[in-house]
Design a protein around this ligand. Structure first.
Ligand code: SAH
Ligand code: SF4
Ligand code: F3S
Length: 455
């Protein structure tokens, strides 16, 4: 009999990918996606530890799940509760202690052992905490075939690299995900072939430090991300490639060149800089200066003049003063982002920046800086979207929209585009003319057949 599985995913795209793989692993055990947590036989929270609020959310969600589990137990059923991901890795023992109704806690590198953990929990043989970093990569143990057919989709994530050796002073990722690891290129190509065979037209290559990818190639040599991209671009059926997240230090000439001469590589790049101040960049251990970032942006725009840039920013890093913040605002004005994320610094236990939290910027100042930065970034995003009005664009249609017969997809620049009367074209790339611009999306009108190009 089929059992119901509910996975709730927090955090980055790598967690989204991991959640899908967990579903793949559990499918042979009879678990299939249900509608929600209430009537699920198993619930997995795949968590994120990047900022303080993320971990708090997990504990409040666990409180809700406990009630659902008790209700099910009163009806003679049960619910296995599992906590996965980066909070599990960082605070596994704490979760076991604070939440005795949680059956399984496992880190991002241990989920391939889920079948054993679930078997133990189902037998009532005890709780499991597994936050080891195994010596072999989890990818060696994951099932090859996608056993649980994910809903038909045209765009998919593919993790090519995991972990991080950069140790930015504020960041938990090197501790929660472990050391940098690149998957062998042959495995990635095989996975990409399976995805395209199932109808996927766009693949986003994932890694905490994706552009540091250096996996073993089928020829026995190290392949760079650029090499991998060139190879993937040849796969029949694959029309779009993206990669995220990149570190400026690893933005090689070769990778920048790929933006000029690989048509499948979309003109959009998420390239976090965090701060525009050299002093703060150094304190953050980012290991580059603002001028290095400007140089990379110039080279990218030479290679692909229409490239849309996205970024991440942290305001209120310990010691950040008004001049530092003015440098960040200046960098944003000079770069001109199509889209960006910005956060208040959040001290994370165990990171070097948490130890200098005595220099932490006052909450009120952080809030003011974040508001000013977000206003500027919002203005830039609006201007970018408005400049698209009247333009022809290729849109990969991904899903149904709210209105009847409407479809929603993505432009080459990652904007969401609503297209009326295009439902039947979901899964393919269509040409549209942009006829309206909303704050967070565009509306396009389908153009006649035959005008669509490959992108
Ligand atoms: N690997 C990516 C980012 C991973 S985390 C990179 O190198 O840029 C995603 C974003 O969360 C970061 O870019 C940063 O802007 C933000 N972030 C990470 N740690 C943070 C902290 N302690 N406080 C506030 N924001 C943080
Ligand atoms: Fe974190 Fe820095 Fe690594 Fe990105 S590069 S994951 S911000 S340590
Ligand atoms: Fe969060 Fe872990 Fe990703 S901390 S951002 S889920 S790598």
């Amino acid at each position: 009999m089929s059992k119901k599985l509910h996975i709730k995913t927090y955090g980055c795209q790598m967690n989204v990918y991991d959640s899908e793989r967990m579903a793949d692993i559990l499918a042979p055990l009879g678990y299939a996606a249900g509608d929600g947590p209430e009537d699920a036989d198993m619930v997995i929270l795949n968590t994120c530890h990047i900022r303080e609020k993320a971990a708090e959310k997990v504990f409040s969600e666990l409180g809700r799940l406990r009630k659902m589990k008790e209700a099910r137990q009163q009806q003679g059923a049960d619910m296995i509760i599992a906590v996965a991901g980066c909070v599990a890795q960082a605070e596994g023992a704490e979760i076991m202690r604070r939440a005795p109704y949680v059956d399984i806690v496992f880190g991002p590198q241990a989920y391939y052992r889920l079948p054993e953990m679930v078997a133990r929990a189902s037998r009532g043989a005890g709780r499991t905490l597994d936050t080891d970093f195994p010596t072999r990569s989890k990818f060696d143990f994951l099932p090859d075939e996608v056993a649980a057919p994910h809903e038909q989709r045209s765009s998919a994530f593919l993790t090519v690299q995991e972990g991080c050796d950069k140790f930015c002073a504020f960041c938990v990722v090197p501790y929660t995900r472990g050391a940098e690891y690149s998957r062998p290129a042959a495995d990635i190509l095989a996975e990409a072939r399976r995805l395209t065979a199932s109808g996927v037209r766009e693949i986003t290559l994932l890694g905490q430090n994706v552009n540091a990818y250096h996996g073993e190639g089928p020829d026995g040599r190290d392949w760079s991300l650029a090499r991998l991209i060139r190879e993937l671009a040849e796969l029949p059926g694959l029309v779009r490639l993206r990669y995220t997240t990149s570190h400026p230090l690893e933005m090689s000439r070769d990778l920048i060149r790929a933006h000029a001469d690989v048509p499948a590589l979309m003109p959009y790049l998420h390239l976090p800089v965090q701060s525009g101040s050299d002093r703060i960049l150094e304190a953050m251990n980012r290991r580059h200066k603002r001028d290095d970032y400007f140089r990379i942006v110039d080279l990218l725009r030479e290679a692909r003049p229409d490239i849309a840039l996205s970024g991440d920013f942290i305001v209120g890093f310990p010691g950040e003063d008004d001049r530092d913040f003015a440098d960040t605002m200046d960098l944003v004005r000079r770069v001109n982002y199509a889209q960006a994320y910005s956060f208040k610094f959040s001290p994370r236990p165990g990171t070097p920046a948490a130890a200098i939290a005595f220099a932490e910027v006052e909450e009120r100042v952080k809030a003011e800086r974040l508001a000013a930065l977000q206003a500027l970034l919002g203005e830039q995003q609006r201007a970018f979207n408005e400049a698209c009005l009247g333009r022809e664009m290729a849109v990969l249609l991904e899903r149904r929209g709210r209105k009847p017969a409407q479809a929603v997809g993505r432009s080459p620049y990652m904007q969401a585009v609503h297209v009326d009367g295009a439902e039947e074209r979901i899964g393919s790339v269509v040409m549209v003319r942009i006829v309206a611009v909303q704050p967070n999306s565009l509306s396009g009108r389908l153009l006649a057949e035959g005008t669509a190009d490959a992108a």
